[in-house]
Design a protein. Structure first.
Length: 191
């Protein structure tokens, strides 16, 4: 053997071994990619579809949205998706958060949060009526951990104003904040 090192475990480089090795590497990459996508869409982002016309002017029936809940704290003006558990989720705009006071004046169509009129001209349409909301939280704040939400299409929205049906929303029931519309293509962009 004159000092030569011989590898007795050497496998042949036959075409079948190369094909199997390539297939194994491809499958490994595919499984890893699928796992990463699953984790991203389970914990960071979700895709939801808008059902109905209550957010018209901003969002429309059939729009597809990307939402996130990661490090999210609700803020006035955010568009959120609300889990209703046994029914379709709701897409609504946050009008007031816990600690805010709220008054809706039907005659002037004004929404007043913490004593200041909210400028909603860029997104709301229709007449903003209190419906069942009797301005109970004009003088006392909305409870901590709760939100008051409305659709942008005020005359065609079931929202927190229908106190017997929807009312205030718990923070825990928020599926996430809408951050991006990806369909239809003509409306792609951030929200």
């Amino acid at each position: 053997m004159n000092g030569e090192i011989v590898n007795i475990n050497k496998t042949s480089d036959s075409p079948s071994n190369n094909t199997i090795g390539s297939l194994y590497e491809w499958m490994e990459a595919a499984v890893f990619s699928l796992l990463c996508v699953t984790l991203v869409f389970s914990f960071l982002f979700r895709i939801v579809s808008v059902d109905g016309n209550s957010m018209n002017r901003t969002l429309f029936h059939g729009d597809r949205l990307i939402i996130t809940r990661l490090f999210y704290t609700p803020k006035r003006g955010d568009i959120i998706i609300i889990n209703r558990y046994t029914q379709e989720p709701l897409v609504k705009r946050v009008i007031a958060v816990g600690g805010d006071t709220l008054e809706i004046i039907g005659d002037s169509q004004e929404v007043i949060v913490n004593g200041k009129v909210v400028n909603e001209s860029s997104y709301s349409i229709g007449i903003t009526e209190p419906i069942e909301y009797q301005n109970e939280y004009k003088a006392k704040p909305i409870p901590d951990g709760w939100l008051f939400v409305m659709g942008d299409n005020r005359e065609n929205s079931r929202d927190s104003r229908t106190m017997s049906e929807i009312g205030f929303i718990k923070y825990e029931d928020i599926m996430g904040k809408a951050i991006f519309r990806f369909f239809p293509i003509s409306q792609v962009g951030g929200l």
